[in-house]
Design a binder for this molecule. Structure first.
Ligand SMILES: C[S@@+](CC[C@H](N)C(=O)[O-])C[C@H]1O[C@@H](n2cnc3c(N)ncnc32)[C@H](O)[C@@H]1O
Length: 281
């Protein structure tokens, strides 16, 4: 794990302010926010760009099961769990994301299947009744909170011996980190933690973004009573940004000429998403 004391000391209000000002994936569609077309396009774009998510989440597997999602954002994965037949409790720090996610459940007639709760994952049990869940799922969230270890401690309270935990955190040994270092950092590796946070998201200036090596991610979970059963690395964003923001998908020249198998090998070795699956020890 990156060991920046400034992340640990960041007030949660700063984190909340950042995500409230631009919820994750909010501009994934140009349609009016909250319409069915909007949500369909958001989902299509998300899984086009991050096609490994359905395989990692295994939405169908949780039919008839209880899922606790930590940091649901605008609810793309949430709705897929619910549509597949899970009973979902979805929490997020920010009201803006929850507002959009709630509207999404309404539009798709899944309100009965999802309970949304505004909560700080570091103090989850203060807001979310403690009961066992079949799956605790958190995609791209705990590396954005000042004290990820506290979230892991909280997660423990929601586990039965047969529960599964699926967590995605950012991979430190990734193409993206190298790209940030070369593009924005001019090689200033001693500023890496700050640079990664600054440029990790679509909107610059994220206050907290930790990143973990494979073994660091594994350790993070194992320190908190979990046994890691699978570690998967995936996802390199291959598109040219000026076209991408116009909803066009033009692959950058250096990936365009790369054979697909080589690009996939690169993603599996140096992808940005470190996807960990675990069960209680
Ligand atoms: C990158 S987004 C990911 C959202 C969603 N999981 C997805 O994949 O689209 C990060 C989310 O984590 C939430 N978050 C950050 N810190 C949190 C905390 N301490 N407690 C709960 N949610 C938090 C943010 O509000 C934001 O919605």
């Amino acid at each position: 794990m990156s060991s920046s004391p400034s992340f640990r000391d960041t007030p949660l209000a700063k984190v909340s302010e950042y995500w409230n000002s631009r919820p994750c994936n909010i501009r994934h569609s140009p349609q009016p926010v909250g319409s069915r077309e909007y949500f369909e396009e958001v989902e299509a774009r998300k899984y086009l760009v991050e096609p490994h998510i359905p395989g990692f989440a295994e939405f169908e597997k949780w039919k008839g099961k209880k899922v606790l999602e930590i940091g649901c954002g605008i609810g793309t994965d949430t709705i897929n769990f619910a549509a597949a037949g899970a009973q979902v409790t979805a929490v997020d720090l920010t009201e803006k994301s929850l507002e959009v996610a709630r509207q999404r459940a309404k539009v798709f007639g899944l309100e009965e299947r999802v309970r949304f709760i505004q909560a700080n994952a570091e103090k989850l049990s203060e807001s979310v009744p403690v009961e066992p869940y079949d799956l605790v799922y958190s995609f791209g969230v705990i590396h954005h909170t000042p004290n990820p270890e506290s979230v892991l401690e909280e997660i423990r309270k929601y586990l039965a011996p047969s529960s599964t935990v699926k967590i995605m955190v950012y991979n430190r040994r990734s193409w993206k980190v190298l790209w940030i270092l070369l593009t924005y950092g001019k090689g200033r590796f001693w500023k890496l933690d700050r640079l990664v946070a600054e440029y990790s998201e679509a909107e610059e200036g994220c206050p907290v973004t930790y990143s973990y090596s494979r073994s660091g991610g594994r350790r993070l979970l194992e320190k908190h009573g979990l046994r890691v059963t699978d570690v998967m690395v995936d996802h390199i964003f291959p598109y040219s940004i000026p076209e991408y923001v116009q909803y066009q998908y033009k692959v950058v020249w250096y990936f365009r000429w790369m054979p697909k198998f080589l690009f996939r090998a690169l993603e599996r070795a140096f992808g940005w998403h470190l996807c960990l699956t675990a069960t209680p020890k």
